[in-house]
Write a protein that binds this ligand. Structure first.
Ligand SMILES: Cc1ncc(COP(=O)(O)O)c(C=O)c1O
Length: 464
């Protein structure tokens, strides 16, 4: 499936060109077309505009291409029975999901009472974790959140959820959807390595306890911008002392706990109340493939809603849907199981490690270049930097990074990303695919430097 490295990974088309090409696909008509015509239409009209992420030039986001072993599981599910959540729909699927969840808890050494559920995405994992946190908090206030909602709190506007300023925006989505509102979010500072600052957080929490009702603290293990891993152990200590629910958003980072030289970054994870993880990121398991772990399996009882037609209260069969919201979910366990069993842990871990090593080597290389500024020491597989031609002022530099990003995307040859760190626009490479080598990352840097030299006046937008 991996196509030639020299082919473009994207057409480079503008939004209006893409729309023009796709219009025919949505001309719904009384008569259908043959599968051959349909395939030709998709091949000509759509495929050029899908960014190919099966090439090492894809360095912009988290998703790796599904390996054959993971595709096998997805294909079997598609051909036989996609659904899971209860025994009646799929006895094998329901049982496999339960077995897989327990096996993952053992793999990550999360302790004897831990459990997990598959989720549609890391976003929903974070949301459900905060719901569970709020539920436990309501119990401490003496009522059942499932029945009374946040109106059960005497002062709902005192409720607070803490998260670092670099936390993923899905935390804010969760607060909106849970009815807490974004004003319930208290943002915690980060240190020079972009990790949550433990000592400052400790004093903020002590002060805040006088005026707010703190529900949960969200730590991030692998932030979206820089891949930094918050120090989980001391945060778990603070949460244990204060009775705050600790959720670790490890949607991106948790896979790296499996890589021995990186595992220490996650120590303390078994003390977290909940952890979200996305195997659909660097493991390349077909989307959706997300997991929410809890330290105490009894926490999932707070999710259960029984019905008369399935997931019955008196059922003694596995009904994994009782641990999450949807009554229809894909059999995500199967492609994850086929990947882990098919490749074996050694190959999986080697595949995770290779792009991490590539990023470390790139960081060393960038340190030798006069016209590139490394913006952080990479902890995982993300690296942010700026191209900094001599004499350019800050505004020009900001514009330049955006121009370079636009040029890279419209060239169709590589996919990179742009973000902001410390008030500055920076370029960002994400190295998740086992295919990515140091040479691939260095090539991107050389292309960007070369492109910068071709832009007059250090690349201000107006000169493009
Ligand atoms: C740290 C972090 N948390 C949560 C998410 C959201 O995960 P998903 O895209 O699976 O909803 C992301 C996505 O990139 C992420 O980086």
């Amino acid at each position: 499936m991996t196509a030639s490295r020299s082919l473009p990974i994207f057409s480079g088309a503008t939004p209006s060109q893409v729309e023009e090409d796709l219009a025919v696909l949505v001309e719904f008509q009384r008569e259908g077309v043959s599968l051959a015509e349909l395939t030709a239409m998709i091949t000509d009209r759509l495929l050029p505009h899908l960014v190919r992420y099966d090439r090492p030039q894809f360095q912009s986001m988290f998703n790796a291409f599904p390996p054959a072993e993971a595709r096998l599981g997805a294909q079997v599910a598609l051909e036989f029975n996609q659904g899971v959540t209860n025994w009646q729909v799929s006895p094998g699927g329901a049982t496999l999901e339960e077995l897989c969840c327990r096996a993952l808890c053992r793999l990550f050494e999360l302790g004897p009472d831990a459990d997990a559920t598959f989720m549609y995405s890391g976003t929903y994992g974070n949301q459900q974790a905060l719901y569970l946190a709020l539920h436990r908090h309501a119990e401490r206030h003496g009522f059942d959140l499932a029945q009374k909602g946040i109106a059960g709190f005497a002062a709902p506007n005192m409720l607070a959820v803490l998260a670092a300023k670099d936390a993923h925006f899905s935390v804010r989505h969760a607060l909106r959807l849970l009815g807490l509102g974004e004003e319930s979010l208290v943002t915690l500072p980060t240190d020079e390595r972009h990790r949550l600052d433990v000592e400052k957080s400790r004093s903020i929490i002590q002060e805040l306890a006088a005026t707010r009702d703190i529900v949960a603290l969200v730590a991030t293990a692998g932030t979206t911008s820089t891949g930094a891993v918050d120090p989980i152990e001391p945060l778990a200590e603070i949460c244990a002392e204060t009775g705050i629910w600790l959720h670790v958003d490890a949607a991106y980072g948790y896979a790296y706990k499996l890589v021995p030289a990186w595992a220490h970054l996650f120590s303390g994870d078994k003390r977290a109340d909940s952890i979200s993880w996305d195997p659909h990121k660097q493991l390349g398991v077909p989307i959706p493939n997300s997991i929410l772990f809890v330290r105490n399996r009894a926490d999932f009882h707070r999710m259960a809603l029984h019905s008369h037609y399935f997931n019955r209260k008196e059922d003694e069969v596995p009904n994994p849907g009782l641990k999450s919201v949807p009554s229809t979910r894909p059999m995500s366990a199967l492609p994850l199981v086929t990947l882990l069993r098919g490749q074996g842990l050694e190959q999986v871990i080697d595949g995770l490690k290779a792009p991490l090593i590539a990023v470390r080597s790139l960081a060393e290389y960038l340190g030798t270049l006069p016209d590139v500024e490394l913006c952080h020491e990479p902890e995982t597989g993300i690296i942010c930097f700026r191209i900094v031609p001599a004499g350019a002022d800050e505004q020009t530099l900001d514009e330049l990074q955006h121009s370079l990003y636009d040029i890279a995307l419209s060239s169709g040859q590589r996919a990179i990303s742009v973000t902001r760190i410390g008030g500055k626009s920076v370029l960002r490479l994400v190295s998740v695919s086992p295919l990515i080598t140091f040479a691939d990352l260095r090539e991107t840097i050389e292309v960007l430097r070369d492109q910068c030299r071709r832009i007059p006046n250090n690349g201000t937008i107006s000169t493009l």
